[in-house]
Ligand binder design. Structure first.
Ligand SMILES: [Zn+2]
Length: 123
């Protein structure tokens, strides 16, 4: 619709949205932080949950532990291969005497030390 006059209510809403780093959810109109809109496909959290229920996907994992539980199930289903298998493979090749490039050597060491950091964090 073409605007022909100043609309105080609409323009004030636009200014408020810009200043608050938030926008109205297109689904329900709830004032929602831009970060949430970005995470939930331009919807508020409630509309996103409703969207997921309608799609039959069940609740969406939000916490780190919920995501980790799903990852563990996927790993188990895939035969429990160790994570960063490429790094373990490069490490094995180096120990077998294969000459690796500098980047390869640094990469497997960095990847496996990250694994150690993750394990220390959990305990
Ligand atoms: Zn909404």
């Amino acid at each position: 619709m073409r605007r022909t006059a100043f609309d105080d209510r609409q323009d004030r809403q636009v200014v408020n949205e810009i200043q608050a780093n938030s926008m109205s959810c297109p689904g329900c109109g709830t004032f929602t932080p831009n970060e949430d809109l970005s995470n939930y496909g331009h919807r508020c959290g409630a509309c996103f949950d409703a969207f997921c229920r309608a799609a039959g996907t069940g609740p969406i994992p939000k916490t780190r532990n919920e995501k980790r539980a799903i990852l563990d199930r996927l790993k188990a289903a895939a035969g429990a291969k160790p994570s960063r298998a490429w790094a373990w493979s490069l490490r094995q090749r180096e120990f077998e005497g294969v000459r690796l490039g500098r980047v390869q050597k640094e990469a497997w060491r960095a990847a496996l030390s990250l694994d150690l950091a993750d394990e220390q964090e959990e305990s």
